[in-house]
Design a protein around this ligand. Structure first.
Ligand SMILES: *Cc1c(COP(=O)(O)O)cnc(C)c1O
Length: 346
Protein backbone atom coordinates (compact mmCIF):
# COMPACT_ATOMS: atom_id res chain seq x y z
CA UNK A 1 0.00 0.00 0.00
CA UNK A 2 1.28 3.49 -0.89
CA UNK A 3 -0.19 6.14 1.38
CA UNK A 4 -0.68 9.78 0.43
CA UNK A 5 -2.58 10.45 3.66
CA UNK A 6 -1.47 13.78 5.14
CA UNK A 7 -1.04 12.42 8.66
CA UNK A 8 -0.51 9.92 9.98
CA UNK A 9 1.47 9.52 6.82
CA UNK A 10 3.86 7.12 5.20
CA UNK A 11 6.94 6.77 7.43
CA UNK A 12 10.49 6.58 6.08
CA UNK A 13 11.22 2.96 5.07
CA UNK A 14 14.41 3.15 7.15
CA UNK A 15 12.23 3.37 10.29
CA UNK A 16 11.98 -0.46 10.26
CA UNK A 17 15.71 -0.76 10.86
CA UNK A 18 15.82 2.17 13.28
CA UNK A 19 13.16 0.49 15.43
CA UNK A 20 15.29 -2.62 15.67
CA UNK A 21 18.39 -0.50 16.39
CA UNK A 22 16.53 1.35 19.15
CA UNK A 23 15.70 -1.93 20.84
CA UNK A 24 19.21 -3.30 20.44
CA UNK A 25 20.85 -0.13 21.75
CA UNK A 26 19.13 -0.46 25.14
CA UNK A 27 17.97 3.19 25.05
CA UNK A 28 14.32 2.15 25.46
CA UNK A 29 14.96 0.90 28.99
CA UNK A 30 16.98 3.81 30.39
CA UNK A 31 15.73 6.39 32.85
CA UNK A 32 14.91 9.69 31.18
CA UNK A 33 17.10 11.62 33.63
CA UNK A 34 20.11 9.39 32.97
CA UNK A 35 23.20 10.48 31.08
CA UNK A 36 22.37 8.28 28.09
CA UNK A 37 18.90 9.82 27.68
CA UNK A 38 20.26 13.34 28.12
CA UNK A 39 22.90 12.65 25.48
CA UNK A 40 20.22 11.43 23.05
CA UNK A 41 18.19 14.60 23.66
CA UNK A 42 21.26 16.80 23.27
CA UNK A 43 22.26 15.17 19.97
CA UNK A 44 18.69 15.40 18.65
CA UNK A 45 18.49 19.12 19.52
CA UNK A 46 21.78 19.68 17.74
CA UNK A 47 20.60 17.85 14.62
CA UNK A 48 17.31 19.76 14.63
CA UNK A 49 19.19 23.06 14.82
CA UNK A 50 21.55 21.97 12.04
CA UNK A 51 19.20 20.26 9.61
CA UNK A 52 16.21 22.58 10.02
CA UNK A 53 18.39 25.68 10.37
CA UNK A 54 16.80 26.68 13.69
CA UNK A 55 18.51 29.74 15.25
CA UNK A 56 20.74 29.04 18.26
CA UNK A 57 18.55 31.12 20.58
CA UNK A 58 15.41 29.16 19.71
CA UNK A 59 14.90 26.19 22.07
CA UNK A 60 13.13 22.94 21.26
CA UNK A 61 10.86 20.98 23.60
CA UNK A 62 9.51 17.48 23.06
CA UNK A 63 5.82 17.38 23.87
CA UNK A 64 2.98 14.94 23.15
CA UNK A 65 1.33 16.50 20.12
CA UNK A 66 0.55 19.66 18.20
CA UNK A 67 -2.87 19.78 19.82
CA UNK A 68 -1.17 19.87 23.21
CA UNK A 69 0.78 22.92 22.03
CA UNK A 70 -2.50 24.80 21.50
CA UNK A 71 -3.14 24.35 25.22
CA UNK A 72 0.40 25.20 26.35
CA UNK A 73 0.22 28.47 24.39
CA UNK A 74 -3.16 29.42 25.84
CA UNK A 75 -2.09 28.53 29.39
CA UNK A 76 1.50 29.72 29.59
CA UNK A 77 1.83 32.50 27.06
CA UNK A 78 -1.46 34.36 27.07
CA UNK A 79 -3.40 36.04 29.88
CA UNK A 80 -6.13 37.95 28.06
CA UNK A 81 -6.49 38.09 24.35
CA UNK A 82 -5.66 35.67 21.59
CA UNK A 83 -6.22 36.61 17.95
CA UNK A 84 -6.72 33.69 15.57
CA UNK A 85 -6.57 34.19 11.81
CA UNK A 86 -7.65 31.06 9.98
CA UNK A 87 -9.19 29.77 6.77
CA UNK A 88 -9.69 26.11 7.68
CA UNK A 89 -10.57 23.48 10.24
CA UNK A 90 -7.29 23.25 12.18
CA UNK A 91 -6.96 26.98 12.70
CA UNK A 92 -10.60 27.17 13.73
CA UNK A 93 -10.33 24.30 16.23
CA UNK A 94 -7.32 25.98 17.78
CA UNK A 95 -9.36 29.18 18.22
CA UNK A 96 -12.24 27.23 19.77
CA UNK A 97 -10.07 25.35 22.28
CA UNK A 98 -8.38 28.59 23.29
CA UNK A 99 -11.78 30.15 23.86
CA UNK A 100 -12.88 27.19 26.00
CA UNK A 101 -9.86 27.84 28.22
CA UNK A 102 -11.39 31.20 29.05
CA UNK A 103 -9.38 33.62 26.92
CA UNK A 104 -10.87 36.44 24.93
CA UNK A 105 -10.53 35.06 21.40
CA UNK A 106 -10.72 37.34 18.39
CA UNK A 107 -11.67 35.33 15.31
CA UNK A 108 -10.33 36.56 12.01
CA UNK A 109 -11.41 34.22 9.24
CA UNK A 110 -9.96 34.80 5.77
CA UNK A 111 -10.62 33.45 2.30
CA UNK A 112 -9.21 30.29 0.79
CA UNK A 113 -7.46 32.18 -2.01
CA UNK A 114 -6.63 35.25 0.03
CA UNK A 115 -3.11 36.33 1.03
CA UNK A 116 -3.37 36.90 4.79
CA UNK A 117 -2.90 40.44 5.99
CA UNK A 118 -2.94 41.45 9.67
CA UNK A 119 -2.53 44.90 11.12
CA UNK A 120 -4.29 44.75 14.50
CA UNK A 121 -2.17 44.20 17.59
CA UNK A 122 -3.17 41.52 20.10
CA UNK A 123 -1.44 39.96 23.10
CA UNK A 124 -0.95 36.74 21.14
CA UNK A 125 -1.52 36.10 17.44
CA UNK A 126 -2.10 32.51 16.32
CA UNK A 127 -1.63 31.46 12.70
CA UNK A 128 -1.59 28.15 10.88
CA UNK A 129 1.36 28.13 8.48
CA UNK A 130 0.05 25.15 6.56
CA UNK A 131 -3.69 24.52 6.81
CA UNK A 132 -3.80 20.76 6.34
CA UNK A 133 -7.58 20.72 5.88
CA UNK A 134 -7.54 22.68 2.61
CA UNK A 135 -3.95 22.80 1.34
CA UNK A 136 -3.19 26.49 1.83
CA UNK A 137 -0.10 28.07 3.35
CA UNK A 138 1.08 31.35 4.80
CA UNK A 139 4.42 32.14 3.17
CA UNK A 140 7.55 33.45 4.90
CA UNK A 141 7.17 36.85 3.24
CA UNK A 142 3.58 37.16 4.57
CA UNK A 143 4.64 36.19 8.09
CA UNK A 144 7.50 38.69 8.00
CA UNK A 145 5.08 41.46 6.98
CA UNK A 146 2.76 40.56 9.85
CA UNK A 147 5.68 40.55 12.26
CA UNK A 148 6.57 44.08 11.15
CA UNK A 149 2.95 45.30 11.20
CA UNK A 150 2.27 44.05 14.75
CA UNK A 151 5.65 44.13 16.54
CA UNK A 152 4.16 43.93 20.06
CA UNK A 153 2.23 40.70 19.59
CA UNK A 154 3.63 37.30 20.43
CA UNK A 155 3.44 35.47 17.12
CA UNK A 156 2.67 31.75 17.31
CA UNK A 157 2.57 29.41 14.33
CA UNK A 158 1.05 25.97 13.90
CA UNK A 159 3.42 24.32 11.42
CA UNK A 160 2.27 20.77 12.02
CA UNK A 161 2.18 19.66 8.40
CA UNK A 162 5.10 21.72 7.10
CA UNK A 163 7.92 21.65 9.65
CA UNK A 164 10.77 19.58 8.11
CA UNK A 165 9.26 20.15 4.66
CA UNK A 166 9.33 23.95 4.32
CA UNK A 167 12.32 26.22 5.09
CA UNK A 168 11.01 28.70 7.66
CA UNK A 169 12.10 32.22 8.43
CA UNK A 170 12.20 31.24 12.12
CA UNK A 171 12.66 34.70 13.61
CA UNK A 172 9.48 35.91 11.90
CA UNK A 173 7.58 34.22 14.76
CA UNK A 174 8.18 33.53 18.47
CA UNK A 175 6.78 30.00 18.62
CA UNK A 176 6.44 27.22 16.04
CA UNK A 177 5.11 23.74 16.67
CA UNK A 178 4.49 20.46 14.84
CA UNK A 179 3.84 16.74 15.25
CA UNK A 180 6.23 14.12 13.90
CA UNK A 181 3.69 12.04 11.90
CA UNK A 182 3.61 14.52 9.03
CA UNK A 183 6.72 15.95 7.31
CA UNK A 184 9.11 14.19 9.68
CA UNK A 185 7.95 10.82 8.33
CA UNK A 186 7.74 9.21 11.77
CA UNK A 187 5.09 7.30 13.71
CA UNK A 188 2.62 9.52 15.59
CA UNK A 189 2.95 10.26 19.28
CA UNK A 190 5.25 13.24 19.68
CA UNK A 191 5.18 16.98 19.08
CA UNK A 192 7.93 19.60 18.81
CA UNK A 193 7.62 23.06 20.31
CA UNK A 194 10.23 25.52 18.99
CA UNK A 195 10.34 28.79 20.92
CA UNK A 196 12.47 31.91 20.86
CA UNK A 197 13.56 34.53 23.41
CA UNK A 198 10.27 36.46 23.05
CA UNK A 199 8.32 33.43 24.23
CA UNK A 200 10.61 32.82 27.22
CA UNK A 201 10.30 36.46 28.21
CA UNK A 202 6.52 36.30 27.97
CA UNK A 203 6.39 33.07 30.00
CA UNK A 204 8.55 34.62 32.74
CA UNK A 205 6.36 37.72 32.88
CA UNK A 206 3.18 35.67 33.20
CA UNK A 207 4.87 33.18 35.55
CA UNK A 208 2.24 30.49 35.11
CA UNK A 209 3.12 27.41 37.20
CA UNK A 210 -0.26 25.75 37.63
CA UNK A 211 0.01 23.13 34.92
CA UNK A 212 2.54 20.32 34.46
CA UNK A 213 2.83 21.70 30.95
CA UNK A 214 3.81 25.18 32.17
CA UNK A 215 6.29 26.50 29.62
CA UNK A 216 8.54 27.52 32.52
CA UNK A 217 8.80 23.88 33.75
CA UNK A 218 9.24 22.73 30.18
CA UNK A 219 12.00 25.28 29.59
CA UNK A 220 13.84 24.50 32.85
CA UNK A 221 14.03 20.85 31.75
CA UNK A 222 14.98 21.67 28.16
CA UNK A 223 18.03 23.60 29.42
CA UNK A 224 19.18 20.38 31.16
CA UNK A 225 18.45 18.16 28.11
CA UNK A 226 15.61 16.62 30.07
CA UNK A 227 11.85 16.63 29.75
CA UNK A 228 9.19 17.65 32.26
CA UNK A 229 7.56 14.21 32.00
CA UNK A 230 8.70 10.75 30.87
CA UNK A 231 9.10 11.34 27.15
CA UNK A 232 8.58 9.28 24.04
CA UNK A 233 12.19 8.06 23.98
CA UNK A 234 11.52 5.75 21.05
CA UNK A 235 10.29 8.61 18.88
CA UNK A 236 13.17 10.85 19.98
CA UNK A 237 15.55 8.08 18.94
CA UNK A 238 13.77 7.63 15.57
CA UNK A 239 13.79 11.39 15.03
CA UNK A 240 17.53 11.50 15.64
CA UNK A 241 18.16 8.73 13.11
CA UNK A 242 15.89 10.31 10.49
CA UNK A 243 17.57 13.70 10.95
CA UNK A 244 20.98 12.10 10.42
CA UNK A 245 19.72 10.72 7.13
CA UNK A 246 17.91 13.74 5.64
CA UNK A 247 19.55 16.57 3.64
CA UNK A 248 19.48 20.16 4.95
CA UNK A 249 16.03 21.79 4.93
CA UNK A 250 16.82 24.10 2.00
CA UNK A 251 17.45 21.04 -0.19
CA UNK A 252 14.38 19.18 1.05
CA UNK A 253 12.14 22.24 0.69
CA UNK A 254 13.32 23.03 -2.84
CA UNK A 255 12.62 19.46 -3.97
CA UNK A 256 9.14 19.44 -2.38
CA UNK A 257 8.28 22.80 -3.84
CA UNK A 258 9.26 21.61 -7.27
CA UNK A 259 7.27 18.40 -6.86
CA UNK A 260 4.22 20.36 -5.65
CA UNK A 261 4.35 22.65 -8.68
CA UNK A 262 4.76 19.75 -11.04
CA UNK A 263 1.79 17.96 -9.43
CA UNK A 264 -0.37 21.05 -9.69
CA UNK A 265 0.50 21.37 -13.38
CA UNK A 266 -0.24 17.68 -13.84
CA UNK A 267 -3.74 18.06 -12.34
CA UNK A 268 -4.46 21.18 -14.37
CA UNK A 269 -3.12 19.96 -17.71
CA UNK A 270 -3.43 16.19 -17.70
CA UNK A 271 -6.56 15.43 -15.69
CA UNK A 272 -10.09 16.79 -15.43
CA UNK A 273 -9.68 17.36 -11.68
CA UNK A 274 -9.65 20.84 -10.15
CA UNK A 275 -7.29 22.06 -7.45
CA UNK A 276 -9.26 23.36 -4.46
CA UNK A 277 -6.92 26.34 -4.12
CA UNK A 278 -6.92 28.37 -7.34
CA UNK A 279 -4.36 30.96 -6.19
CA UNK A 280 -0.89 29.42 -6.57
CA UNK A 281 0.56 32.09 -4.25
CA UNK A 282 -1.20 30.59 -1.22
CA UNK A 283 -1.17 26.94 -2.24
CA UNK A 284 0.62 24.58 0.12
CA UNK A 285 3.91 22.92 -0.81
CA UNK A 286 3.17 19.88 1.34
CA UNK A 287 -0.57 19.13 1.10
CA UNK A 288 -2.63 19.26 -2.10
CA UNK A 289 -6.42 19.31 -2.03
CA UNK A 290 -8.28 18.21 -5.15
CA UNK A 291 -11.94 18.99 -5.52
CA UNK A 292 -14.82 17.18 -7.26
CA UNK A 293 -18.41 16.11 -6.75
CA UNK A 294 -19.23 13.81 -3.82
CA UNK A 295 -19.69 10.73 -6.09
CA UNK A 296 -16.44 11.49 -8.00
CA UNK A 297 -14.46 11.78 -4.78
CA UNK A 298 -16.00 8.62 -3.35
CA UNK A 299 -15.29 6.73 -6.56
CA UNK A 300 -11.65 7.79 -6.98
CA UNK A 301 -10.81 6.92 -3.39
CA UNK A 302 -12.29 3.46 -3.82
CA UNK A 303 -10.63 2.79 -7.16
CA UNK A 304 -7.32 3.96 -5.71
CA UNK A 305 -7.72 1.66 -2.73
CA UNK A 306 -8.23 -1.32 -5.01
CA UNK A 307 -4.93 -0.36 -6.64
CA UNK A 308 -3.15 -0.24 -3.26
CA UNK A 309 -3.08 3.56 -3.19
CA UNK A 310 -4.48 5.47 -0.21
CA UNK A 311 -5.66 8.98 -1.03
CA UNK A 312 -6.27 11.30 1.92
CA UNK A 313 -9.89 11.99 2.82
CA UNK A 314 -11.15 15.53 2.76
CA UNK A 315 -11.34 17.35 6.09
CA UNK A 316 -13.71 19.81 7.79
CA UNK A 317 -15.82 21.80 5.31
CA UNK A 318 -14.18 19.93 2.44
CA UNK A 319 -14.61 16.43 3.89
CA UNK A 320 -16.70 15.00 1.09
CA UNK A 321 -15.81 17.25 -1.83
CA UNK A 322 -12.04 16.88 -1.82
CA UNK A 323 -9.32 14.29 -1.53
CA UNK A 324 -5.89 15.25 -0.26
CA UNK A 325 -2.39 14.26 -1.25
CA UNK A 326 0.54 14.56 1.12
CA UNK A 327 3.68 15.84 -0.58
CA UNK A 328 5.88 14.87 2.34
CA UNK A 329 9.62 14.15 2.18
CA UNK A 330 9.29 10.47 3.15
CA UNK A 331 7.19 9.72 0.06
CA UNK A 332 9.53 9.03 -2.84
CA UNK A 333 9.24 10.18 -6.44
CA UNK A 334 8.47 6.65 -7.66
CA UNK A 335 5.28 6.66 -5.58
CA UNK A 336 4.25 9.89 -7.27
CA UNK A 337 4.90 8.35 -10.68
CA UNK A 338 2.57 5.49 -9.70
CA UNK A 339 -0.03 8.00 -8.52
CA UNK A 340 0.10 9.96 -11.75
CA UNK A 341 -0.19 6.85 -13.88
CA UNK A 342 -3.23 5.81 -11.86
CA UNK A 343 -4.88 9.23 -12.11
CA UNK A 344 -4.27 9.42 -15.85
CA UNK A 345 -6.08 6.12 -16.41
CA UNK A 346 -8.79 6.47 -13.78
C1 LIG B 1 -2.38 17.27 12.22
C2 LIG B 1 -2.53 18.66 12.64
C3 LIG B 1 -2.75 19.01 13.98
C4 LIG B 1 -2.95 17.98 15.06
O1 LIG B 1 -1.81 17.19 15.26
P1 LIG B 1 -1.86 16.11 16.46
O2 LIG B 1 -0.56 15.39 16.31
O3 LIG B 1 -3.05 15.24 16.19
O4 LIG B 1 -1.99 16.86 17.71
C5 LIG B 1 -2.81 20.35 14.30
N1 LIG B 1 -2.67 21.30 13.37
C6 LIG B 1 -2.47 21.01 12.07
C7 LIG B 1 -2.30 22.11 11.09
C8 LIG B 1 -2.38 19.68 11.67
O5 LIG B 1 -2.15 19.39 10.39
Amino acid sequence: MISFYPGPSQVYPQVAQYLQDAFDSGILSVNHRSGAAMELVRETYQLLHEKLDIPADYAIAFVSSATECWEIIAQSLTTRQSLHAYNGAFGQKWAEYTQKLGLNVVHQPFGLNEVLSLTTEAETICLTQNETSNGTQVKNSTLRKIREAVPNALLVVDATSSMAGVAFDWTAADVWFASVQKCFGLPAGMGLLVYGPGAVERARTINERNHYNSLLFIDENVRKFQTHYTPNVLNIYLLKRVLEQVPPIQTVAAALQQRAQSLATFFEKETSWQLLVANAAVRSDTVLAITGTIPQIEQIKQTAKARQITLGNGYGDWKETTFRIANFPAINDTDFTTLRAFLTEA
